[in-house]
Ligand binder design. Structure first.
Ligand code: ATP
Ligand code: MG
Length: 422
């Protein structure tokens, strides 16, 4: 027997039943990006590996273990994008966007790839909606980015959301904090996990987002970075909080929120939602004032976020709101091939008027055609039997009430064309 192929681990097929949620999400993304003044930018799905190594950071989980990296036929090292920001910044520099009106506000969506351990809400190919505002350090822009992320979930009518907020400082103040953090951690060296012992030297900030149980009490009592910010970072953080308060955007200060990418400075935030197993972060972002320069551009501040769309859709589905699927409106049931010739013309005319139609095909009996119309949830069945063919009429049956009418061609088109909601 031939081998049955299966999906690669960590990927999935998005079947037609799920698609209406994606379309609704897509629609909301288009609305809010337009309202907030963000322009679409499409990027390649793969880039030079070096871009991510430099941009995302060598000591991050993404670069250390999650990238899909391979050599192409010319022996170039290529990586499937594990996130958007490095690519956006590459594009910003390459196309001289520094000369565009500032800030340059861009958005993208599409699949991203990370070699992770698959579980509920965690895949190897997943989708992100990504937004970046480049060229401005004003905390009002951090506010705008957070507000847009909030709007997304507000328009989707998500409830029980929370905004987690932290500031992780800048190259001026972070080293001072890291010293404080390391000396605090050294006291607990015997009680923390092996990974954390490693992180202590390699990437101490990541100590704060260790998920091991044994490390939680240590994390909880760790000194908070927002108490060790330089004047500029503290001022920026205070202003942002003032703006959030003024706009009634509630947030939770979270001293353990450090984010998994090395490029962040000052503001970092996440949106948490209930209901995707243990994966409750639907969106994460922050400020990255050093990245443009790190990737070869002039020093340029920037802020952005990425929303995880698969998790978002899972929550939309769980909410069991109205069925989003749009059913076809009209089904033509034909007794013989001759009737089908007539039906083809009607169907064409109705489709030109944006009315979705289906037609019984093949050698199906009338009864089988009615059964199919029922399963497909149509609003009307148009019946063309021998008698109707003879009298050049059709029978229009409204499925909801069972009511039937005999109509000629003009009447049929006019009747369906006037029907609200088609
Ligand atoms: P996590 O802590 O869950 O691994 P992350 O910090 O690695 O998230 P980001 O790089 O900030 O994630 O990506 C932004 C969003 O993308 C996350 O908030 C999440 O909703 C989504 N996301 C991240 N990794 C995955 C994945 N493997 N599968 C599905 N969604 C994901
Ligand atoms: Mg991750």
């Amino acid at each position: 027997m031939a081998k049955l192929f299966q999906l690669p681990k960590g990927t999935r097929d998005i079947l037609p039943d799920e698609q209406p949620y994606w379309m609704q999400l897509d629609q909301v993304i288009r609305e809010i990006t337009q309202i907030y003044g963000y322009e679409p930018l499409s990027l390649p799905i793969f880039e030079d590996t070096a871009l991510y190594k430099r941009g995302v950071g060598e000591a991050t989980d993404i670069v250390e273990k999650e990238m899909y990296t391979f050599s192409d036929k010319a022996d170039n090292s290529i990586t499937l994008r594990p996130e958007f920001t490095a690519g956006v910044v590459r594009s910003y520099i390459q196309h001289g966007m520094a000369s565009w009106p500032t800030p340059v506000k861009l958005w993208n969506t599409g699949p991203v790839f990370r070699y992770e351990r698959p579980q509920a809400g965690r895949f190897r190919q997943f989708h992100q909606f990504n937004a970046e505002a480049i060229g401005e350090q004003d905390p009002a822009l951090d506010f705008e980015i957070m507000d847009m992320a909030w709007q997304l979930y507000d328009r989707l009518q998500f409830q029980n959301l929370s905004f987690q907020l932290n500031s992780i400082g800048c190259p001026d103040c972070r080293p001072g904090y890291l010293k404080v953090l390391k000396s605090y951690y050294k006291k607990y060296f015997d009680s923390i996990c092996d990974d954390c012992r490693n992180r202590l030297d390699k990437n101490p900030l990541r100590l704060l987002d260790c998920k091991q149980d044994r490390c939680q009490p240590v994390i909880e009592k760790a000194p908070a970075i927002y108490d060790h910010l330089c004047e500029a970072c503290a001022g920026h953080f205070n202003k942002l909080r003032e703006y959030l308060n003024a706009a009634d955007l509630t947030f939770t200060l979270n001293h353990c929120l450090v984010r998994g990418l090395d490029y962040y400075t000052k503001t970092v935030f996440e949106v948490w939602a209930e209901g995707v197993g243990s994966q409750n972060a639907v969106c994460g972002g922050g400020r990255y004032d050093g990245l443009v320069e790190l990737l070869g551009g002039k020093p340029t501040p920037a802020v952005g976020f990425a929303a995880g769309l698969d998790r978002t859709v899972m929550i939309m589905q769980n909410k069991k709101q109205d069925r989003l699927k749009i059913d076809p409106s009209v089904y033509f049931a034909c007794q013989h091939a001759e009737a089908r010739k007539q039906a083809i013309i009607y169907v064409k005319q109705l489709r030109e008027r944006n009315i979705s139609c289906l037609m019984g095909l093949g050698e199906r009996s009338f009864k089988a055609q009615f059964r199919e119309a029922d399963r497909r949830n149509v609003r009307y069945v148009v019946i063309i039997g021998d008698a109707e063919l003879e009298s050049r009429t059709v029978i229009l049956k409204k499925m909801e009430t069972g009511e039937q009418k005999s109509l000629n061609a003009d009447q049929l088109i006019r009747h369906l064309d006037r029907e609200p909601g088609f």
